[in-house]
Design a protein around this ligand. Sequence first.
Ligand code: THU
Length: 135
Amino acid sequence: MMTREELKAAAIDMLDRAYCPYSHFPVGAALECSDGTVFTGCNIENAVYPVGICAERTAVFKAVSEGHTDFVRIVVAGRSDDYCVPCGSCRQVLQEFAPNIEVICLNKEGQELALPLKALLPYGFDNSFLPHEAE
Ligand code: THU
């Protein structure tokens, strides 16, 4: 298992992998699974702007595609004064697999704001709203 500080360092390391020539806003993520496996991610932009993807979703999609869906915590690292919080789409994607995940947001100093996803996405829409899933 990585320590909290090691997980934070893994997210910060990913800032250098960010491909963000349009926004110049690098983001790194480190996603920890219940068995200790860690998947990292960075944002990956595109000349067709909406096609780009956030660091958090890069990490989640890497994990799911490798057979991991049981997520415990995610660190999101940015280089801004503000804590780097996940966007609405990433909150929704995290909720699909890990509604109780802890989200640890870092600023450029490496200081953290840690919140449960439920605080970032209250009243989230999930598959319990879909009649055919509730059967
Ligand atoms: N971005 C992330 O990767 N994660 C966040 O939590 C916030 C935003 C990316 C998307 C885009 O590449 C750049 O940051 C500016 O929005």
